[in-house]
Design a protein around this ligand. Structure first.
Ligand code: 4AD
Ligand code: MG
Length: 458
């Protein structure tokens, strides 16, 4: 269908005083004595185009005013008569493309995000989701821009895997065989399955990413990861998008430098390319959002060791629900205190106790900690987890033994330490958590098209 994007009509002055065709959905409408007004949106812009129906031309406009119906309008673009300036369209002809009955669930009023989750297929048409997904798209492109400009190779790691990268037992199983009470041993059961062995959905592309980095030097992945985490929280989904760069000849400080530089690059892109959307979030979701993002780009992030962080938390004038003890993992409440109260900006926590982190992390000389880092962001908590990797064969094998891991499943990974091993490291960015930070939306279910969470596929 030949038509012009509403974004162009609103932003390109050459359409002024021209006759133009637009298509879109009725977002609001209003009827008065001599004119009727329709706000039309086609998804290409957050703003809507006001269509003016002169009653002399359209004596009964009621068929055109139904919320949710789709229209094709031909009309002249004229300066807006309203106080906000801009342009509107004086309709010449209107055609209903798709009618919409009054039980259409999206009405004129602002609906709560909770209500909108009950209509995941229609909520995308609301203002909020128009803005979230524009920002999401711009952030995704900015991530690719960042790594491509620096000659990282974009690799696609497998989604079906035989090894659990994080070792946290959160893998979904992939099988074609229904369970049967007559099954023999576990081994017999998996031997007869599709792959002839136990398989699952990948929780992370890191292990394969490391193999690619040992060949291409600098790589990144950007794809889905799956976690069968039973935590029903505002920060966890079972299927999330994961950005995992891996860099050869890099130690922990190099990894930290890349994280900070990359985050600043992508947040700058959102500030530059999504001003309307960010103003919308500022007004409706987080006061001070734009200043927060500008500060992030300008200020150096905080850096603190886990051991220092524990000291800060112990001295804090706050009653935490979970105890603060050296050796215990940081809970969301601790992460939020560190980034929101102690540092008031994103902060890297480094050098965690080895017992609470994964087998592949580089063991520090103190024998107690590993060269890991989490980036904690105000309002969200952990948005990135990364580390330098253990490049020493014997130390890696010892760490696996301590965790009772079967080395047979990791032979290829172990080989990297046999054949020209080098210091290397990388990180994983939870893409939805970044979007939460940039939009001020505080539930991960509202920054992903169709969330998958424990007990529910939306
Ligand atoms: O900290 P994680 O588990 O680290 C890894 O997977 C490493 N292999 C990354 C690496 O070094 N290449 O996960 C990385 C990030 C977390 O910081 C979090 O932002 C996000 O992935 N994440 C989730 N996001 C949404 N829902 C979940 N269930 C998530 N689990 C992790
Ligand atoms: Mg983590």
């Amino acid at each position: 269908m030949k038509h012009t994007d509403i974004y162009d009509v609103l932003n390109d002055a050459s359409y002024l005083n021209q006759s133009t065709t637009v298509c879109g959905w009725v977002r609001t409408s209003r009827d008065s004595k001599s004119v009727a007004f329709i706000e039309l949106n086609d998804g290409t812009s957050h703003a809507r185009l006001q269509i003016v129906l002169n009653k002399e031309k359209f004596p009964d406009p009621s068929a055109y005013l139904k919320l949710g119906s789709s229209l094709c309008v031909v009309g002249k673009v004229i300066p807006s008569q309203g106080k906000n300036g801009g342009v509107e369209m004086d309709a010449e002809t209107v055609e209903v493309i798709g009618d919409c009955p009054p039980e259409y669930p999206l009405q004129k009023k602002r609906h709560s995000l909770e209500f909108l989750r009950t209509i995941p297929h229609l909520r995308l048409r609301s203002n909020t989701f128009n803005a979230v997904f524009r920002v999401r798209s711009v952030l995704a492109a900015a991530i690719h821009e960042y790594f491509q400009a620096r000659r990282y190779v974009y690799v696609h790691t497998p989604l079906i895997t035989a090894s659990d990268c994080e070792g946290a037992g959160e893998m979904f199983r992939v099988t074609t065989r229904p369970w049967d009470a007559k099954e023999g041993t576990e081994k017999e059961y998996y031997d007869a399955d599709f792959f002839g062995q136990k398989a699952g959905l990948s929780v992370s592309g890191q292990l394969e990413g490391e193999m690619a980095a040992m060949a291409f030097g600098k790589i990144y992945t950007f794809g889905p990861s799956f976690r069968a985490e039973c935590s029903n929280t505002p920060r966890h989904v079972a299927e999330f998008w994961h950005v995992e760069p891996e860099i050869a000849f890099a130690e922990l400080p190099d990894v930290i430098e890349v994280v900070e530089d990359m985050i600043k690059h992508v947040v700058s892109a959102a500030l530059e390319k999504c001003p309307t959307e960010l103003e919308f979030f500022e007004k409706n979701f987080e006061a001070g959002l734009i200043a927060k993002l500008r500060n992030l780009v300008e200020e150096k992030f905080g850096v603190v060791t886990y051991t220092e962080a524990i000291e800060i938390l112990k001295k804090a004038d706050v009653k935490f629900q979970y105890p603060v003890e050296w050796g215990a993992d940081l809970q969301t409440e601790h992460e939020r205190y560190l980034s929101e109260t102690a540092f008031k900006k994103p902060v890297f926590v480094t050098d965690y106790p080895k017992e609470i982190k994964s087998f592949y992390m580089k063991q520090n000389a103190d024998g107690k900690t590993v060269a890991a880092t989490d980036l904690l962001a105000p309002g969200v908590g952990e948005i990135i987890g990364g580390s330098e990797r253990e490049a020493n064969l014997d130390k890696l094998l010892a760490a696996m033994k301590e965790r009772n891991m079967t080395t047979a499943e990791y032979e290829q990974y172990i080989d990297l330490r046999r054949f020209g091993s080098v210091p290397h490291g990388g990180f994983g960015l939870g893409f939805e958590r970044l979007i939460m930070y940039v939009t001020g939306i505080d539930n991960i279910r509202d920054v992903i098209l169709f969330p998958r969470v424990v007990n529910k596929i939306f």
